[in-house]
Design a protein around this ligand. Structure first.
Ligand SMILES: NC(=O)c1ccc[n+]([C@@H]2O[C@H](COP(=O)([O-])OP(=O)(O)OC[C@H]3O[C@@H](n4cnc5c(N)ncnc54)[C@H](O)[C@@H]3O)[C@@H](O)[C@H]2O)c1
Length: 251
């Protein structure tokens, strides 16, 4: 019996990185997983490998959410788990270097997406009797990054948006739990490419590791394990919590 046996789960931005590790982990523990991503070929390949379903889905687009939730409800009649994972930052840049368009782009991807996902999922989960939502924030939702003002604002927003929705769902007796996870720097493909493209990749990697007292960076599976726990009934008494997975970065 898997830890999320028989549950219907959707992961946004599920085709790569932390999202893909989460898709694999949930599927390995018995969930049927809907892989949403703007990269449809990658989502399809991953979904096929875990007997899941791929959806072309832009997590910052309201119409895309309407279509996705309607498709999930038509096929399964319910959604037990939503992982609002899609997100990311821009290359380093101070607030003077950023345009309002950059700021809006980052808020759309990291915060609007979570608002829309929570809104649609709560409606569907409430109709179907309950569920669990896990939102990807970051250590930069707790401690600011000087080079990423918009990303810090968005991830801080995810932290309190999560608590607000959790409180509403609990008070309304909807049987829906909502929690956030806050990873430190994780060795995804994107992070490896970023380090490799730096003029001194070894120095950059050493500096990043140096910010994590545990002495190494996380792997996507480290975050996926935490998401699995929050998605499963093992965390039934947790809602509005922030689970920090950062090797001591925020201490
Ligand atoms: N990697 C880290 O070090 C780290 C640390 C803290 C928090 N996070 C957060 O974890 C989440 C996943 O990050 P990652 O590093 O694994 O990302 P990633 O860049 O490795 O993968 C992101 C996935 O999202 C997809 N995507 C991009 N825009 C999308 C959109 N509008 N709608 C749907 N899908 C979209 C991409 O195609 C890709 O498959 C993000 O919210 C990120 O902010 C990452």
């Amino acid at each position: 019996m898997g830890r999320v046996e028989g549950k219907i789960a959707m992961v946004t931005g599920g085709a790569d990185g932390i999202g893909a590790a989460t898709v694999r982990r949930l599927a390995a523990e018995g969930a049927t997983v809907v892989v949403g991503d703007v990269n449809e070929p990658a989502a399809q390949a991953l979904a096929a490998s875990v007997d899941g379903i791929a959806l072309h889905h832009d997590a910052g687009d309201e119409a895309a959410w309407n279509e996705a939730v309607a498709a999930v409800e038509a096929r399964f009649g319910r959604l037990d788990v939503l992982v609002n994972n899609a997100g990311g930052g821009l290359p380093d840049g101070s607030i003077e270097q950023r345009s309002l368009e950059d700021y809006h782009r980052i808020l759309r991807l990291n915060l609007d997406s979570v608002f829309l996902g929570c809104k649609r999922a709560v409606e569907l989960m409430a109709r179907a009797g309950g569920g669990a939502i896990v939102n990807l924030s970051s250590v930069h939702g707790i401690r600011a990054a000087a080079h990423e003002a918009a990303y810090s604002a968005a991830k801080g927003g995810v932290r309190l948006l999560t608590k607000s929705v959790a409180l509403h769902c609990a008070r309304a007796g909807l049987n829906i739990r909502v929690n956030s996870v806050h990873p430190g720097y994780i060795r995804t493909g994107r992070m490896r490419r970023w380090v490799a493209s730096s003029p001194d990749g070894a120095a950059l990697m050493a500096a990043l590791v140096g910010q994590h007292p545990i002495g190494f960076l996380g792997e996507p599976e480290d975050v996926a394990n935490a998401v699995l726990f929050l998605a499963s009934d093992e965390s039934r008494f947790m809602t509005g919590a922030e689970l920090v997975i950062d090797g001591g970065y925020t201490l």
